[in-house]
Design a binder for this molecule. Structure first.
Ligand code: KAW
Ligand code: ZN
Length: 668
């Protein structure tokens, strides 16, 4: 007791604010007023956010006219609140900058950007409705079956995803690829034109040149675009080796007529609707087929896995690291299986209802290894929510958006190792030899390395669309230009400006920035390396402990270090958060190169042995700026490539176009 009194007395003497005769200075008063003001906004803002998020959830989990209307009304109401709060924050301009507490100043900094709520009400209403409408077109699209054309109820998840994953029928894959774009992108194109105009108007009202610039604001860096370009340059050589290797394997499967020696790869043969993750053609590409396959989907099915079990497995991994369990509300309200009999947004997502108790995931989970990785990905978002739940709302976010995307993936890097799969009973044995190692690294590269150019190009395309550098009547060809240049792929049939292929990927109609995933794929390897060192699972000087074999399972040292970073939310600039965990302030692609080093050496040798051409070139015209309207026959997906020119140029114009396109598409 005496000690306590002494402490209190000492504390009072040391802190001038607690001396009885201390008179508050003006700056102390300002600091306290600011703190109270922010707290008040925080409480009200969180309540408003809960209501708006709930109506959004209701719509996304059950697309009906009623839910659409309720969401539209709630969005307007929330924007009104945001504007009111922003106007009150504005009154602090000139004062908040003088505060001494950086924590308060940073909240003011974030709250000074209003976002789309800056639009006049009728524009905002239009903008919100456009995004909802684009998302509805995408999420409710259905196509006809190739083998049974009268059955027209095939949905992206699970039907089309499964066909892309398992079918090896060139024509069936082409049908699905084409018709998905026919029923999504093409129907979104006109909406997108209006959307871009309104998005840019909002960005300008916030003091940015265009929406692309506004999207980069959370990264708090003036050199961000250049930094990303440099990262991609560092990673491209590894991608090119992988590309050449996979092209040879596909050539063996489909023949040289379809997959040429030096050309880009047809986009529909890569096991995924967008050719963004080639993991599902592992069976075609496996380097040593006599060694174990690392795709444990068959084992998951035979062991009776369910979506629930996949989520529980993921939760156990988080808990083993001393991270936080999911609250009961999570299990009550999450949607982890596709409900029948209603339309919903099946694209996976994680939800924070801003009240520190309701957190949910919505995912149409299938029992596959790929979905097990996605489960960890989504759980990573919720774990971030849980770790920063007690921060003020302005900081309840990732250090940058890429960090949010990286959390679950970091854990999944451990889960995917043969050692871990053995531990959880999804493999019967671990073969520890160089060939098994290459098999494993190739399976990882097919999902991690193949994603990099895709993760990079989506927003390269959008930035140029928002800035006006890419004109409306070049939108689709500019898209294919990037798909060709960065990914080395081509569409199975020629595209035109009648199509809008970017709109066939969720994040375009869903208006979700994408560069976060590229950032995530770089930093997750940096996080992984730091955590593996802490777990004693990686030692750069010990060849028996390479990075790709690390499993951080049950390491509380690793988990605590990760948790410490997550608890910061966005209260510190991301280089600081990165430094706390990894000791460096920069994004660094050399860790990925290090992880895949044995594979890169093996691929280079294998490609050389087979005389493979590294890179791609073509004299095909992949996309024409003429507007080619498909005939009714091909609209049904029956005919392959017949088209009539609707708009467009004269014959000499077309010749010129062919000449320039040829010039454009030759790349070494
Ligand atoms: C990917 C990522 C990790 C592992 C494998 C992967 N393969 C492909 C990707 C990238 C990307 C894709 O599918 O193309 N992945 C996703 O879109 C996963 C969905 C999401 O968790 O990132 C989700 C996207 C979303 C955003 C906004 C509304 C609806 C969906 N993001 C979140 O739910 C989310 C929630 C809170 C904070 C940050 C993100
Ligand atoms: Zn995500």
């Amino acid at each position: 007791m005496l000690v306590l009194w002494l402490c209190l007395l000492y504390g009072a003497a040391a802190d001038p604010q607690h001396t009885p005769d201390h008179v508050r200075t003006e700056s102390e008063q300002l600091e306290e007023d600011a703190r109270n003001f922010l707290h008040e906004l925080d409480v009200k803002g969180s309540e408003e956010c809960t209501v708006a998020t709930m109506t959004s959830w209701n719509y996304a989990s059950d697309i009906t006219e009623k839910h659409k209307k309720e969401k539209a009304a709630a969005e307007l109401k929330y924007a009104e609140w945001e504007k009111e709060a922003w106007e009150r924050v504005r009154k602090w301009n000139g004062k908040w900058e003088t505060l001494s507490d950086p924590y308060l100043k940073r909240q003011f900094k974030f709250m000074s950007i209003l976002g789309t709520a800056a639009l006049p009400k009728h524009d905002l209403e239009k903008y919100n409705n456009l995004v909802t409408e684009m998302s509805t077109v995408y999420s409710t699209a259905k196509i006809c079956d190739y083998k049974n054309p009268r059955s027209c109820k095939l949905e992206l998840e699970p039907d089309l995803t499964k066909i892309l994953r398992t079918s090896r029928d060139y024509d069936e894959l082409e049908h699905v690829w084409k018709m998905w774009r026919y029923n999504t992108g093409r129907r979104i194109r006109d909406h997108y034109k209006l959307f871009v105009r309104l998005a840019n108007k909002a960005a300008k009202l916030n003091g940015f040149d265009n929406m692309g610039d506004m999207w980069l604001y959370p990264y708090e860096s003036d050199t961000f675009r250049d930094d990303l370009a440099e990262l991609w340059q560092q990673l491209n050589p590894l991608y090119q080796q992988l590309h050449a290797y996979v092209r040879r394997k596909l050539r063996q499967k489909y023949g040289e007529h379809y997959v040429t020696r030096r050309g880009p790869i047809p986009a529909h043969l890569l096991g995924n609707m967008w050719a963004q993750n080639w993991g599902h053609i592992y069976d075609l590409a496996i380097p040593f087929p006599h060694k174990a396959s690392l795709d444990v989907t068959p084992q998951m099915v035979s062991k009776g896995y369910t979506p629930r079990r996949m989520f529980e497995l993921s939760e156990e991994f988080f808990v083993s690291l001393n991270l936080t369990r999911m609250p009961p509300e999570f299990w009550q309200h999450s949607i982890i299986e596709k409900p029948q009999g209603r339309d919903l947004v099946c694209h996976a997502s994680a939800w924070d209802f801003c009240n520190a108790k309701d957190f949910r995931i919505k995912q149409c989970t299938e029992v596959t290894m790929n979905d097990l990785i996605t489960v960890h990905h989504e759980m990573g978002h919720v774990e971030y929510f849980l770790q920063y739940q007690n921060l003020p709302k302005a900081f309840r976010d990732g250090a940058n958006p890429g960090f949010h995307e990286a959390v679950g993936d970091v854990l999944a890097l451990s889960v995917s190792t043969p050692k871990h799969l053995l531990k959880i009973g999804l493999l019967n044995e671990v073969q520890d030899d160089p060939e098994a190692d290459i098999n494993f690294l190739l399976s990882m590269a097919l999902s991690k390395i193949t994603f990099l150019p895709f993760g990079y190009l989506i927003d390269l395309w959008r930035w140029d669309v928002f800035s006006g550098k890419t004109l409306e009547n070049d939108w689709n060809c500019a898209w294919w230009d990037l798909r060709y240049k960065l990914q080395g792929i081509k569409p199975p049939v020629q595209r035109s400006e009648y199509d809008f292929d970017p709109g066939a990927k969720y994040h375009i109609p869903g208006n979700t920035p994408y560069i976060r995933y590229f950032v995530s794929f770089v930093v997750q390897f940096q996080f992984h390396k730091a955590l593996c060192i802490k777990a004693g699972e990686y030692d750069p000087l010990d060849p028996s402990k390479p990075l790709h074999k690390c499993d951080i399972d049950h390491s509380t040292e690793a988990g605590n270090a990760l948790g410490d970073m997550l608890q910061l939310g966005s209260s510190k600039e991301w280089p600081e958060a990165l430094e706390i965990l990894t000791g460096t302030r920069k994004m660094d692609a050399s860790v990925i190169r290090e992880y895949f080093k044995p594979l890169e050496l093996w691929l280079a040798k294998d490609n050389e042995r087979h005389g493979e051409f590294i890179g791609w070139e073509t004299d095909e015209i992949l996309c024409t700026s003429e507007v080619v309207k498909k005939t009714a026959k091909s609209e049904e997906g029956v005919a392959a490539s017949d088209g009539v020119v609707v708009g467009g140029g004269s014959a000499p114009g077309s010749l010129l176009l062919i000449f320039f396109t040829l010039l454009h598409f030759v790349q070494f």
